[in-house]
Design a protein around this ligand. Structure first.
Ligand code: ATP
Ligand code: MG
Length: 263
């Protein structure tokens, strides 16, 4: 799949996600917090983008609005050529189930369900036929082919996150959103999960948007989009760990909380 270098003028048709002037304010009147202050962004299909910025810069809000988990106050979100903003709550839920996959920091697996059942759950929720062969194939690819009947508490953190990745892939979504997917993992499992994410993306032609604090995690992406005070604050293609850490240091006080890795 061709990668377009410019985030803002990716062609229609090859575009997986477009945000136009997205704004989001929490609270009201004197205690209002502007979490997103007019964010415009276009990501080509098949791309892997990391979103980085200081704590409170609006990363999670951006993800929530882009993924249809929350509604912006104004602006447009277009996923796979279809506008997601506007429409009823149930239409939004339906759209989300069809087009969007999620990977969370805390995995969000259901403890009573097996690995295979957790993986096929999004299909059940969407009222789609449960293709067990496809689920098993994906689970095999993420290295859990021998763990189909296990429950989450019988798995390591890295294995749980791989179930979550399989679950995100099973519906063949247009875009997968991940908020700190390696935040709860040790260095080695994090690296395995990141490699796996990158490989499975390529194989499935999926688009990934990943929020992370970690320059190492960001270095697995094709490009990094920086955020500061609810606004985009620059973009870096083919990020390296050092270049990302360096840029972050200049964005705010993040460098004090999270020392650059690889020093
Ligand atoms: N539900 C909410 N109610 C009120 N304010 C909120 C709410 N959610 C987020 N905010 C505020 O919006 C701003 C952006 O928050 P957000 O969670 O998007 O930041 P973030 O970049 O994800 O931070 P972190 O790196 O700490 O996760 C912050 O000032 C935060 O306090
Ligand atoms: Mg956050």
């Amino acid at each position: 799949m061709a990668h377009h270098d410019s985030g803002s003028d990716a062609e229609e048709g090859t575009e997986a996600l477009r945000l136009t002037e997205v704004r989001k304010t929490y609270g009201s009147a004197q205690n209002a917090v502007t979490a997103l202050d007019g964010v415009s962004l276009a990501l080509p299909a098949g791309s892997f983008t990391a979103i980085m910025g200081p704590s409170g810069s609006g990363k999670s809000t951006l993800l929530q609005c882009a993924a249809g988990l929350d509604r912006p106050d104004s602006g447009r979100v277009v996923v796979a050529g279809e506008e997601m903003t506007g429409g009823s709550e149930s239409a939004l839920t339906k759209f989300r189930r069809r087009h969007i996959g999620f990977v969370f920091q805390q995995y969000n697996l259901l403890p009573m369900l097996t690995v295979e059942q957790n993986t096929t759950l999004p299909l059940r929720l969407a009222g789609r036929p449960v293709d067990r062969d496809r689920a098993r194939e994906i689970l095999g690819r993420v290295g859990l082919g021998e763990r189909l009947g296990h429950r989450p508490d019988q798995l390591s953190g890295g294995q749980r996150q791989r179930v979550a990745i399989a679950r995100a892939l099973v519906t063949a979504p247009s875009v997968i959103f991940a908020d700190e997917p390696t935040g709860a993992l040790d260095t080695r499992s994090a690296r395995d999960v990141l490699r796996l994410l990158r490989e499975t993306l390529r194989e499935h032609g999926a688009t990934l948007v990943m929020v992370t604090h970690d320059p190492v995690a960001a270095s697995y992406a094709d490009s990094v989009q920086f955020l500061a005070d609810g606004r985009l604050a620059g973009r870096m293609t083919d990020p390296t760990v050092d270049a990302v850490a360096e840029r972050l240091a200049h964005l705010g006080d993040l460098a004090d909380e999270h020392a650059p890795v690889g020093a």
